[in-house]
Design a protein around this ligand. Structure first.
Ligand SMILES: [Zn+2]
Length: 95
């Protein structure tokens, strides 16, 4: 197993969460009416940028057509929420 060689961040969960040259928080889980949301903060050992890692479990219909429609709407909504929260504009396609 590779371990990090830099000092831990204040929020690092240490132990098995801190390896492969990354510091990680303990995953935080929220149970929601639609499923669950699991979040971890990650930072490369030698980088100044941190990342938010999200895993989302969402209950959708078993019917494939409806499931595809909801999946597309959910993905678009998540993308929009992230762009709004981070102030990253939508890239316009050329042509
Ligand atoms: Zn660490």
């Amino acid at each position: 197993m590779t371990t990090t060689t830099t000092a831990h961040t204040a929020w690092c969960g240490r132990g098995h969460l801190c390896n492969l040259d990354e510091h990680r928080t303990q995953p935080q889980t929220w149970r929601t009416r639609y499923g669950s949301l699991i979040a971890s903060l990650v930072q490369r050992s030698h980088a100044k940028t941190a990342y938010l890692e999200l895993r989302i479990r969402i209950t959708i219909p078993a019917d494939e057509h409806t499931a595809r429609q909801q999946a597309a709407a959910i993905a678009a909504g998540v993308d929009s929420a992230i762009r709004t929260a981070t102030a990253i504009p939508v890239r316009r396609r050329s042509g």
